[in-house]
Design a protein around this ligand. Structure first.
Ligand code: ATP
Ligand code: MN
Length: 451
């Protein structure tokens, strides 16, 4: 590693930050410059001038000014690699310089001095889009320099009016919202060569379709920090490390208080994925009306020996009962062994909600006693399907539509049309297939109209 960039490399953990590794490059003929707006612990601008294969760098708390009367403090900091001129985005919490970086301006610079030394004043020209004309950097005490605009013909510009990235057009807020992915190459499913980045990118693309069904629902997630062959963890309590999640305090039966969490937007979804939470399991109600459930779910759990045909028949039988009751029903694969039937039915409290679901399951068991049971015990399930209505109790969860499952080939719990029941196996829809299906009409499109 180049000695010049040793300080830069020492300060950063490249497993965690997306900033480029410090490698010295040959300087190009024209010398690049970049100014980055960096909202770190302190808001400031970084001026970087390419020189001898690195970017010479200064942190300018107030930013550059077009007014020749302004003498802007510019603190000389460690050299940065040339590729840093392309960096914009976020530096994760706890890392050096953590915060948001936006490309404020870029272009070329031209020294006017014959010889440059970094302890003497440097006069130079900037050929940027926002910063142009003659400038001077003057050292005055140790690392402290002054940046001053020279009088010239360039028209005065108020730099405060530039609030977007010169390259992406994004604002600081938009950039801050992009999450950041660390360890993108981490293997989640070795056999099928599926990485953390694959899952992150799936959620990035599916977010818009998925969010209406999951946002504001308290949830548990399943974390898989080392891939599906290793331990998985259920996470159901709010943790202070994720700024993007909502928090809700729930008092349980024993007057004990527990903090649960929910996702409000895409940022929240992706920040969970970044923290290795890949499976999302949601409640039947939404914040803030947490005691008024509205999304009923029936999970068809077959005895192990039962054929897929029987499970499909079970979904159809259940639908026939719901149809008779004039209740709308929607179908999804579980991404595992069965199907889930979902009924949008807002109710006044959990007790009635749960009782209603229980009654439906009992009805099925009564009508077709040889095929279905509403009792949870494995013994009762022999050669039958358990119509799991218990998912409809307060604090119970079921896997969210469009969530991936941490199982072989990372299948998705996929909303499908009733007419597709016989054609699609419960674990058949992979992330790739799910994304292809985005082109079609949302099979659950009407569901939200019932709320
Ligand atoms: P499959 O089709 O393979 O049965 P599934 O998602 O229906 O997949 P189940 O084991 O039947 O899986 O569980 C139903 C739901 O109950 C899950 O989607 C999950 O939300 C919830 N659940 C299951 N096990 C747990 C657990 N240990 N802790 C919390 N919630 C769980
Ligand atoms: Mn199930």
């Amino acid at each position: 590693m180049a000695k010049k960039l040793a300080k830069y490399n020492q300060k950063r953990n490249f497993k965690k930050t997306k900033e480029p590794l410090g490698i010295k490059k040959k300087s190009t003929k024209k010398l690049h410059f970049v100014v980055q707006h960096h909202l770190a612990r302190k808001d400031h601008f970084d001026l970087r001038l390419e020189y001898h294969g690195v970017l010479k760098s200064w942190a300018i708390p107030k930013g550059p000014s077009y007014n020749p009367k302004d003498k802007r403090l510019a603190i000389k900091v460690e050299d940065h690699p040339i590729s840093y001129r392309n960096f914009e985005g976020t530096i994760p919490k706890g890392e050096y310089g953590s915060g948001t970086v936006m490309l404020f301006d870029e272009g070329y610079w031209e020294p006017i001095n014959q010889k440059i030394s970094f302890n003497k004043p440097i006069k130079f020209l900037l050929h940027g889009k926002r910063l142009k004309g003659h400038w001077t950097l003057i050292p005055f005490k140790e690392e402290n320099w002054l940046l001053i605009k020279e009088q010239d013909e360039e028209p005065f510009q108020d730099i405060k009016k530039f609030t977007t990235s010169i390259r992406s057009g994004k604002t600081m807020e938009e950039l801050a919202g992009q999450i950041t992915l660390t360890n993108p190459q981490k293997i989640i499913d070795r056999k099928n060569k599926i990485t953390k980045e694959d899952i992150f990118s799936y959620y990035e693309k599916i977010a818009e379709r998925m969010l209406p069904y999951i946002k504001n629902r308290l949830m548990s997630t399943i974390r898989s920090p080392q891939g599906i062959e290793k331990n998985k963890f259920y996470k159901k309590h709010f943790e202070n490390i994720n700024n993007y999640l909502g928090k809700m305090r729930i008092t349980n039966d024993k007057e004990k208080k527990e903090d649960y969490y929910y996702i409000k937007d895409k940022q929240g979804l992706l920040s969970e994925v970044q923290m290795n939470s890949y499976e999302f399991h949601i409640w039947g109600s939404t914040v803030p009306k947490i005691n008024k459930p509205n999304l009923m779910i029936f999970d068809l759990d077959p005895d192990e020996k039962l054929s897929l045909e029987k499970v499909r028949e079970g979904a159809k039988d259940l639908k026939s009962i719901l149809d008779e009751l004039k209740l709308p029903s929607f179908l999804k694969t579980s991404g595992g062994k069965g199907y889930h039937v979902v009924v949008p039915i807002p109710m006044k409290n959990w007790t009635s909600f749960q009782e209603f679901a229980h009654n439906i399951a009992n009805l099925m068991a009564k009508k077709w006693p040889e095929k279905y049971t509403s009792k949870i015990s494995k013994k009762e399930r022999k050669n039958k399907i358990f119509i799991d209505w218990i998912r409809n109790t307060k604090k119970a969860t079921s896997v969210a539509p469009y969530s991936v499952r941490l199982r072989k080939s990372i299948p998705v719990s996929m909303p499908i049309k009733w007419s597709e029941l016989d054609k699609i196996k419960p674990n058949e829809i992979t992330m790739k297939k799910a994304l292809e299906r985005l082109k079609r009409k949302d099979p659950w499109q009407d569901l939200l109209d019932y709320f």
